[in-house]
Design a protein. Sequence first.
Length: 402
Amino acid sequence: MALTHLDLRNAKPTEKPYKLFDGGGLHLLVSPTGGKLWRLKYRFQGKERLLSFGPYPLFSLAEARAKRDEMKKLLAAGVDPSAKKKADKIAEAAARRNTFRLVAEDYLARLKGNHSAEATLEKNRWLLLDLAEPIADRPVSEITPAELLDLLKRIEKSGRRESARRLRGVIGSVFRFAIVTLRATNDPTQALRGALLAPKVTHRAAILDEKKLGSLMLAIDAYDGWPTLTAALKFLALTSARPGEVRGARRSEIDFEKARWRIAAERTKMRRPHDIPLSRQAIAVLRDIWPLSDRGDLVFPSIRSHEKSLSENALNSALRRMGYGPDEMSAHGFRSSASTILNSRGFEPDVIEAALGHQDENAIRRIYNRSSYWSERTKLMQAWADLLDEFRTTCLRAGERA
């Protein structure tokens, strides 16, 4: 006989649990403590099974009957309702665990395991954990193209077109990583190709005039900022290395005896080791700063901690404080300054390219250049350091005459 609402309300606890049957295997279990639980008794593959729906009155009689009918349909389709319930719980728990933030952190860990450069890790960490923060706690399998487009368009409208473009690309990498690790089935960024405005191309500012470069070197000499920052700027100019490579320079990479700076592959843009000959002037800069970094391995530690390198914007900020605007000079611009001036003075272009750590498209030439140009590069870097001194002297004399 089917249950009524009155039956359910009047069901009182007794010393032992008892059942009130509604039909089709559905019944209410009344416990001695007064709890009332909906359950379904059924058979699957010849075995008797029980499935709980939830407590009464949280689940009404009508809801319990609807749930029973739903389970009956599964049985008719050859599906065990208990097994499906367990699978659904596992999938739901997995979805909660596999938020975009957690998958992104796993992706970053893989990049680190693959020896990506620290600058690359920092950039991707900022994009995924800071710029993409609005989707951080969303299950990765539930994020839609529309949701991502809204995030990217807001960044684009703020004037950061390049950041929006890069974010779309790295989010796509995270989703492809989620797919191969069975945490997502599709990459929603694929639907957004062509949806963003093209970034405005801006070239890194660089001083290409010898006299102006001499003035800059004098300004760096006179700069009264944090000593490691001043030293890093001088070292950057003398070595023509990439700013990230200088900021992350390690004491263990420096060989004073051989006058060599050996940058490991994971710290270079090209993912291959790069050795830089150190001029007398570069060695002098290192000797001056060496005592300030003896509590850690970083050559140019931050003012805040010997365990942290100078920030990504520290070098450019120092240039701004010296009066050099973003359209006049950048930290990366020292490479362009060296390349342009050395080429204009007739130095061998292949040696200059090797000194700058540029990738040669020809694999055989890459090997040859690395092994055969060391002597030429050593002479080149000393000549460049001497030229910087010459530019300083020229500016000083011009100032005295004025």
